[in-house]
Design a protein around this ligand. Structure first.
Ligand SMILES: Cc1cc2nc3c(=O)[nH]c(=O)nc-3n(C[C@H](O)[C@H](O)[C@H](O)COP(=O)(O)OP(=O)(O)OC[C@H]3O[C@@H](n4cnc5c(N)ncnc54)[C@H](O)[C@@H]3O)c2cc1C
Length: 341
C-alpha cells in the first residue's frame, strides 16, 4: 500500500452518508473539497488498485451492508458563479458538491430562472447531471450548457457540451462511464421568468392564478412535495425506487386495455413511457404496503421506505417482491432508479 494521503479516513460507516441509511463500512473514505485533492485521491486509488465510488448527498443510493473494500469519495467541492449574461439567457457555473437547492437560491437571487421546478430535492449538482434530475415537468439536461470533470483513465480534464453528454430519460454518458468524474457544471438559464406549470399538480395548485412569480412557484413545490413525499431527514428512502418503463404502444394498449385512465407519455417513436407510480398505486393498490422494517410510502408506492433499521438485504428482497408482482401481472420487467453499491 502506497502512503495513505492526508485526509483519508478509515472504516467509516456509510449508513451515515445516504438517505436510505443502509451500508457497511468503507475501508477508506475521503471528503474532496478541491479539484486538486480529488485528483490526488483518485490517483491514490488507482496506484493501490482500490475500487472507488463517488457519492454526493447519498440520496439516490442503496448501499450494501457488507463493508466496501475500497475508497468512497464524498464530493464536497463547492462554489457558484454567474459566468456571463447574454441577451435572453445567462450562464451560471456550480461545482459538483454544491447542493442543488443552494444553486436554485443563487439563480433566483440573480433574477434568473428555469430550474426552479427542481426545488427541494436532496442532491448535489454533479449527481443532478448523472441522474438527469427531473421533477414537475423539468429535466436538468434542458439547462445544461457544458460539464467539466476528470477522466480517471488519464487524469486529464474533460469538457463536454450538452450534446456530448448524450442525455436521455435517467441516462447519459456519466451513467454509462463511471471513469468520468464531474467537478463543475455550466447551466444556461433564462433572464426572463416564465412559470412552467404544465405538470398536473402545479396546474391544479395555480388554478386561480395563471402567472405566479418564482417565489410562489417555490412555495407551491415545497407544499406539494411535503404533501406527497417523505421528509428525507426523518424517513429513510431514496425517492422513486423504480424507473418508469418504456414499452411499445401496442404492448401498452394490450396490457392496459382495462385502465383507460392511465396516463402515458410519448417516448421515442412507437414507444410510450408509463408512470409506474400509477400502476403500483392505482392498479396494484400497493400504497403503504409493509413487510417488517420495509414498506412503500403511505402516499405513493413508488417510494420504498426504511421504517428504521432495515438492512440492504431486507430492502432488496422487498423491491424484488414488487418487481415480481409487476412482472406476474403485466409481464414488464421494471428497472431500479436507485444506484446500488
Ligand atoms: C425524498 C427524496 C425525494 C427525491 N425526489 C427526486 C425527484 O423529484 N426527482 C429526481 O430526479 N430525484 C429525486 N430524488 C433522488 C435524488 O435526490 C437525486 O437522484 C439526486 O440527484 C441525487 O443526488 P446525490 O448528490 O444525493 O447523489 P448520490 O445519491 O450520492 O449519487 C447518485 C449517483 O451519482 C454519482 N455521482 C455523484 N456525484 C458525482 C460526480 N460528481 N461525478 C460523477 N458521478 C457522481 C454516484 O456515484 C451515484 O452513481 C429524491 C430522493 C429523495 C430521498
Amino acid at each position: 500500500m502506497k502512503k495513505i494521503i492526508t485526509g483519508i479516513k478509515q472504516n467509516i460507516k456509510l449508513s451515515n452518508f445516504n438517505t436510505f441509511r443502509t451500508g457497511g463500512k468503507a475501508r477508506f473514505f475521503y471528503e474532496a473539497k478541491s479539484e486538486d485533492s480529488l485528483v490526488k485521491v483518485l490517483k491514490f486509488a488507482k496506484e493501490n488498485k482500490l475500487k472507488f465510488f463517488i457519492i454526493g448527498n447519498g440520496s439516490n443510493l442503496l448501499i450494501n451492508d457488507e463493508d466496501f473494500p475500497g475508497l468512497v469519495i464524498r464530493m464536497l467541492i463547492k462554489g457558484k458563479k454567474v459566468e456571463s449574461k447574454r441577451e435572453k439567457n445567462s450562464v451560471v457555473s456550480a461545482f459538483a458538491g454544491e447542493s442543488f437547492d443552494n444553486l436554485i437560491l443563487f439563480v433566483i437571487k440573480h433574477n434568473l430562472s428555469g430550474i426552479e421546478n427542481l426545488w427541494n430535492i436532496p442532491g448535489t449538482v454533479g449527481a443532478a447531471v448523472v441522474q438527469n434530475l427531473g421533477a414537475y415537468g423539468v429535466e436538468v439536461d434542458d439547462f445544461v450548457e457544458s460539464v467539466e470533470g476528470v477522466d480517471i483513465n488519464n487524469f486529464k480534464k474533460f469538457v463536454f457540451n450538452r450534446k456530448d453528454c448524450d442525455f436521455a430519460y435517467r441516462d447519459n454518458i456519466f451513467k454509462r462511464n463511471k471513469k468520468l468524474i464531474i467537478t463543475k457544471v455550466f447551466f444556461k438559464l433564462n433572464n426572463n421568468f416564465s412559470p412552467n406549470l404544465k405538470y398536473e399538480s402545479l396546474k391544479r395548485y395555480f388554478l386561480d392564478k395563471k402567472t405566479p412569480d418564482i417565489k410562489e412557484v417555490i412555495k407551491a413545490i415545497t407544499e406539494i412535495r411535503k404533501a406527497g413525499l417523505p421528509d428525507w431527514r426523518v424517513i429513510g428512502s431514496a425517492g422513486s425506487f423504480f424507473k418508469n418503463p418504456v414499452i411499445t404502444k401496442e404492448k401498452c394498449n394490450e396490457l392496459f386495455a382495462d385502465y383507460p385512465n392511465m396516463p402515458k407519455y410519448e417516448a421515442k417513436p412507437g414507444y410510450v413511457k408509463i408512470p409506474i407510480g400509477f400502476v403500483l398505486d392505482k392498479i396494484l393498490g400497493l400504497k403503504g404496503y409493509r413487510e417488517g422494517k420495509v414498506g412503500t410510502f403511505e402516499k405513493q408506492s413508488l417510494i420504498i421506505v426504511n421504517h428504521g433499521g432495515a438492512t440492504y438485504s431486507e430492502i432488496d428482497s422487498f423491491a424484488k417482491k414488487i418487481e415480481k408482482i409487476v412482472f406476474n401481472k403485466f409481464k414488464i420487467k421494471i428497472e431500479r432508479e436507485v444506484v446500488e453499491i
